[in-house]
Design a protein around this ligand. Structure first.
Ligand code: SAM
Length: 232
């Protein structure tokens, strides 16, 4: 058996056992996870673990998220295929690649140039042409082509960055983990009639969102240090 055949088998098992069995049933979402080769988005030394049920390191202290969480966040956007989507936190590019099969165009912002360039090279290698990679502070959004029908933030914020709520289209959905070092709640924010409202989905654990409307290293690390004292 070739490596690609083995990866395809592991990928099918990931879709059935980690995603479908946990309640993600949208056939378009499941098909996207069958088509995107996750092993292309992890460091070569970790390829044998690419279809494991958890996050993996990708360099710069960052991670590619657990497949189920990527699938859940994707399905919460409720994409039909004609949307413009903004992702904050490109990381490996895996989430953006999945979204590119479900939306019209994906704009994805990463603060580390090395990760942005690597993700861009991966998209090119896989022939994914409807993704624009931007290197910069994603908490400011990307007003040049706003509004977006879907926005997804793949790092933990204390609150939704105001520019992202502004750049959300009427009827659009923003999926974002809200919380601190001790943990976050995945939330879906919707805009209708100019009003925004949110719904809590489930507890998650993400690396911090940085930048203008993100966590400062001092605030996040202070939390980390005071971890146990806070529990007393
Ligand atoms: N979506 C990614 C994937 O599929 O691999 C995983 C993202 S990783 C959990 C979070 C990413 O957010 C990191 O790559 C981090 O550098 C990035 N990030 C954090 N704050 C950011 C900001 N203000 N603007 C852009 N990217 C940011």
């Amino acid at each position: 058996m070739t490596d690609e055949t083995i990866f395809a088998e592991w990928r099918e098992a990931m879709v059935i056992e980690q995603i479908e069995r946990r309640g993600i049933r949208d056939p378009r979402v499941l098909e996207a996870f069958r088509r995107i080769p996750r092993h292309e988005f992890v460091p070569p030394a970790l390829r044998s673990r690419a279809y494991d049920d958890g996050p993996l390191p990708i360099g710069k202290g960052q991670t590619i998220s657990q497949p189920f969480i990527v699938a859940l966040m994707t399905s919460l956007l409720q994409l039909k295929g004609d949307e413009k989507v903004l992702e904050v936190g490109t990381g490996s590019g895996y989430q953006a690649a999945i979204l590119s099969l479900l939306a019209k165009w994906v704009y994805t912002i990463e603060r580390y140039d090395v990760l942005a360039r690597r993700a861009e090279a991966t998209f090119k290698r896989l022939g994914l042409k409807n993704i624009t990679v931007i290197c910069g502070d994603g908490t400011l959004g990307y007003p040049e082509v706003a509004p977006y029908q879907g926005i997804i933030v793949t790092a933990a914020a204390a609150a939704p960055p105001p520019p992202l709520l502004e750049q959300l289209d009427e009827g659009g959905r923003l999926v974002i983990p809200i919380g601190d070092y001790l943990g976050q709640i995945l939330q879906v924010w919707t805009k209708s009639g100019g009003r925004v409202d949110y719904e809590d989905i489930l507890p998650v654990s993400f690396v911090p969102l940085r930048g203008r409307y993100g966590w400062s290293p001092q605030a996040w690390e202070r939390y980390e240090e005071n971890d146990f004292e806070a529990d007393e």
